[in-house]
Ligand binder design. Structure first.
Ligand SMILES: Cc1cc2nc3c(=O)[nH]c(=O)nc-3n(C[C@H](O)[C@H](O)[C@H](O)COP(=O)(O)O)c2cc1C
Length: 266
């Protein structure tokens, strides 16, 4: 899977210094690869000045490696505007979101970092009306059950849940996916990996002029064994977050106030 093209390698040892797990070592002017230590993070490949390292096979495609040419990936102003102008969109226009746009969002998930580079995230894309209806019904039934469960101890919350269910039953109101044209469910075997991927996916949605809303409440749909079976969700994958994606109805012109977080400097 990882090979060193000895015809290109100049023995500079950049890969040896870059490798976080000691999987590359120099001996007698030759770079040796210690496979069991490697987690295929690809730092060696990215830092090699002679393109002498190849990672290919077992799910990796060397042809995916892409060169980027710029001075800075994005200016602080651009990044600030992505972060500060972002809003959770809960009203979407009818404008179609193309599969190409969805693929770019998924790509942002794929290239997000994962602990130990385990890459255990998984995504479910729902665009079909029938699937959405099925999931909406399950979400409404769950919220109804939750309402019953908390009513005695937290009546306010219980009524809130019950109202969501009532609005679904009586008016077919979608208080779960907000009628977003694309629903992206992020599954992970490590919650943090999934959350980081979801954040990057959101950036890519915004960068393409789309709006999105994170929604945690519909993730519980996938606690239901029937639903898991229906979508072939492996046992080790937990639904961490939902991204509701579409063109926003509203425009947002400025940032909103936020409280200062507590910051400790030492
Ligand atoms: C982890 C997480 C879960 C969320 N879950 C929901 C949700 O289930 N439903 C919803 O309408 N909004 C949800 N939100 C959106 C928040 O309500 C929203 O980010 C917050 O009110 C601030 O508004 P803003 O995103 O427009 O700045 C969630 C946000 C995060 C980060």
């Amino acid at each position: 899977m990882l090979t060193i093209d000895t015809s290109k390698c100049i023995g500079c040892q950049t890969c040896v210094y870059e490798c976080p797990s000691g999987a590359l070592a120099e001996a007698d002017g030759k770079i040796n690869f210690i496979q069991p230590r490697c987690n295929y993070c690809g730092h060696c490949l990215a830092a090699c000045p002679r393109d002498a390292i190849i990672i290919d096979g077992d799910g990796y495609f060397y042809e995916d490696v892409e060169e980027f040419h710029f001075e800075k990936p994005a200016t602080p102003y651009q990044i600030r505007s992505l972060i500060m102008l972002r809003r959770s969109v809960r009203e979407y226009s009818d404008e179609e979101v193309t599969d190409d746009q969805v693929l770019k969002i998924l790509e942002a998930g794929k290239y997000s970092p994962t602990a130990r580079n385990l890459q255990g995230n998984m995504f479910l894309v729902v665009k079909s009306e029938d699937e959405r209806e099925k999931l909406l019904r399950t979400a409404a039934e769950y919220v109804n059950k939750k309402g019953d469960a908390v009513m005695d101890e937290m009546p306010g919350l219980g009524q809130f849940y019950k109202l969501k269910y009532k609005r679904y039953i009586e008016d077919n109101e979608d208080n779960f996916f907000y009628c977003a044209p694309v629903i992206l469910f992020v599954f992970a075997d490590n919650d943090l990996d999934g959350a980081i991927a979801a954040a990057n996916m959101g950036f890519m949605a915004n960068a393409q002029g789309l709006g999105y809303c994170f929604a945690q409440s519909p993730t519980e749909i996938f606690d239901d064994p029937e639903i898991r079976k229906m979508y072939d969700i492996p046992d080790n994958k937990k639904c961490v977050l939902t991204l509701l994606v579409g063109y926003p109805e509203a425009s947002y012109f400025c940032s909103v106030p936020r409280k200062d977080p507590e910051i400790i400097w030492k």
